[in-house]
Every structure is written in C-alpha cells, then in structure tokens.
Write a protein that binds this ligand. Sequence first.
Ligand code: ATP
Ligand code: ZN
Length: 469
Amino acid sequence: MTQIRLTNTRTRTKEVLVPIDPANLRLYLCGPTVYDRAHLGNARPVLVFDLLVRLLRHVYGEGAVTYVRNFTDVDDKINAEAQRRREAGSPLSLEALIAERTEETIGWYHADMDALGAARPDHEPRATAYVGQMVAMTADLIAKGHAYAAEGHVLFDVRSFPDYGKLSGRSVDDMIAGARVEVAPFKRDPMDFVLWKPSSDDLPGWDSPWGRGRPGWHIECSAMSAALLGPHFDIHGGGMDLQFPHHENEIAQSCCAHPGAGFANVWLHNEMLQVEGRKMSKSLGNFFTVRDLLDRGVPGEVIRFVMLSTHYRKPMDWTEAKAHDAEAVLRRWHGIVAGIEPAPIPAPAVIAALADDLNAAGAIAALHDLAAKGDGAGLLASARMLGLLLPGMGDWARAGDGVAARIEALLEARMAARKARDFAAADAIRDGFAAAGVAVKDTAQGAEWSLSPGFDAEALARLAEAHGA
Ligand SMILES: Nc1ncnc2c1ncn2[C@@H]1O[C@H](COP(=O)(O)OP(=O)(O)OP(=O)(O)O)[C@@H](O)[C@H]1O
Ligand SMILES: [Zn+2]
C-alpha cells in the first residue's frame, strides 16, 4: 500500500501517516466564519484538504474517509452585518437578518468552492447546531478543574494544562510577552481564554448554567470534532495563522476534556496566500474574492491549478502571469484528452509525488511528462487525482473551441498580411487581439496565444469578420 508522508506541525517532521483505523480515516478542517464572501486565501486550505482527501480515498478506498469542515455561524461580524441591515430599514428581526446573512454566505461559499472543483465534506456542521455539546464540554472542563466561571464568562485556565503552547513551540510566559492578550479583571491569568461569554438581550444567546450567552470560537471546533469524529482522530488542519491561538486552544480544551484520548494525531497547516509579501486578509483589506476572479472570466479549474502549483507549506502569490500559463496548459491538456477514456489507474509518479507531503507541483510535472508522451488516458486519470480535467470542468476550454479556431484563422491572416507587406492589416489584427483580450506571443515555434481575464468573445468575432477569417 502507498505510504503517505505528511509534515506534522506537532512534531515538526515529515511523518508516515499511520491511520488510527484504516477503514475510517477522520479529518477536521477549520471552516469559515460565514459573514462575507471567501477571499482567495480562504480557498487555500480547502484546496489542500480536497487534494488530501482525494489521495486518501485513492489509497484507502472511497468509503474510508470522513471529512468534516465546520461553519462558524456565531460571530460579532455576522451580528454587525445584520444590525447594519436593520438600520438600513429592513423590517426583519435581528434573528431573521442573522439567519439571512449566514444562509446567503453559506450559499456563496458552496458555489465558489464547487467552482474550484472542491468536493463537499461529508459533514458541514454549523456551530449554532452544536451549542448543547459546547455547553456540556464547558461544564465538564469546569468539573475537571480546567476552567472557571466568572461574571457570566467561563474561562479556560491555561496554567492547568502543562502542554499549553507545545504546538506552536512557545511557553505561556513567551506568549504573554508576545501576544495581544485581552486583559480582563475576571481572568486569573492574562492568557486564559473564553469558553463562554454573556450575550446582551439584543444579540443571539443560549441559556446555560452561567446565564444567557454564547460560546467562544475555540470551543466550537473542539465540540464539533468530538461529536462527529470522536475524541481521537487522524488529521486536523487549517491555515498557519490558526496555529496560535486557535489550535493551541482547541488542543487544550479537547485534551483536558478527554484525557488520554490524544485528539488529532497530525496537524497540517498551509502557508499563506500573500499580496506583496503580506497575508491576504479581510482585516488588512488587501483581498479579492474567489467570486471576483470567476466573474472576471478566470475558470475555476485555472484558479485550482495555480493554487496547487505551489507547495502548501510555502507562501505564494496570485499573479496574472500564473493564470495565463495555467490556462494555456489546461487548454492543451483538454485538447489531448478530448474523447478519451481515463486509464484504469493514475500514473505511479503522480501518486508518489502526492504521497510525499502533497507535492502537487511534482505531480503536475509528472502530468506534463504524460502530456508530452501523448498519453491522454494516463493524463486524464492522473489529472483527476488533482481534481483537474474532471467531467464537466473543462466546459470553459470547450466553449473556447470556436474561439480557438477564430484566433488561429486570424493568426494566419496576420501572417499572410505580413508576407504581402500589408503592415496596416497585420497591425490592425495585432491591435484587435489586444482590444479583445487575446495575448499573443511570437516564438520561434510560431505564435502562442492565451485569453486574458477580460477576454471579449464578441470583439474577437467582429475582428475575425473584418479580416475574412
Ligand atoms: N491569506 C491566507 N492564505 C491561506 N489561508 C488563509 C488566508 N487567510 C485565511 N486563511 C485560512 O482560511 C480559513 C478560514 O479562515 P477565517 O474564516 O478565519 O478567515 P477570515 O477571518 O475570513 O480571514 P482573515 O484572516 O482574512 O480575516 C482558515 O483556515 C485560515 O487559516
Ligand atoms: Zn477550528
């Protein structure tokens, strides 16, 4: 059986994955807070986990994986958006406006991640559906001496958990020195974090032994993972930015609530999608959404290809040049596999690359080799391991068939005009390409072209007509 190796943040080494139960590998990915559209950075962990799940299903069997990704639907930012809508004159109650906001955001999230070819997880728990479990876990942590109630809040006592800080490799004292911790008079220690907090009457709240309130963010993931995967499971992931404090806090809660269970064996963290060297983030305002790209005509498959081309443990940028190159490659590959059935198994080189800490770039290099050999069946079966060339996914490339024919005909017309020394006509075609959003590069092998995000099919059709192409 293929050995899969993954870099485990917990041990800081690349380890052979040893499933707890090879018939049921269990994975949890921290999902989005549903108050707004996902930006491109938010898609990175989703694509990394989608790749991982495809690999695990290939190696261990379709039914041998349980993949959970939550929706955080209790949050001040959701409340703030609902409040804004009410102030803007909506007749709905705050509760209805919150539901409206979370429903529409989840719908967007599904549509955007579907467009990237990311399969839906087996379970997508919403935090609001697990508040009972969060209250129970919080009460249990108090009973076990790891948490305390104070002024309507419940706080986790970090000094009661000696391993606190192990995941990110810091001591509690270092963390206090380095972190922006909220100081509150009711905290015994500045690092203690909230498991439960009071809600004002106009905000969503649930009854609890500590009064009407709502859960803290970290307890949500501990309660939902335990409910759906049990207290000991295989892989837990998210972006590097969640390592501290979110994952550190999840570990503290889960390990103290279920002593000896072990929680997650492997912690998998993706590096950040950056913009000019800084994390793409909502709070920095340096973001664009997945939907922005899709609306600009960048196919989801192209976005996926670009995102997988950089190893998940390396920071990366999105660039137009990468998108152009990916589009040209995928267009070629779609041409090679047209009308071909996939081979029964993917190429061993592709599986070997993916099994080596999800080396998708290495897998893509192996796909190039298959394409160069003209092995369409092998290319198709292997690309699908990466969620590329999936059935229906290449409609954008096929829809471009007429486009490709027009462009080729225009390139010939341009060549003929050059030969006839009709430079006015050749220049008009060149300018027409630019205006229509067709990028043309003259190389020793002939002209290469790709479609720019602002590609205008009608302008191309007019250009072709004007030049009898
Ligand atoms: N720039 C990024 N690159 C890669 N992953 C990211 C990036 N920004 C956020 N993530 C990941 O996206 C997932 C969803 O995160 P979350 O909902 O907390 O994001 P957010 O709060 O909307 O984003 P932000 O961090 O921009 O405020 C998490 O796993 C997080 O680590
Ligand atoms: Zn989480």
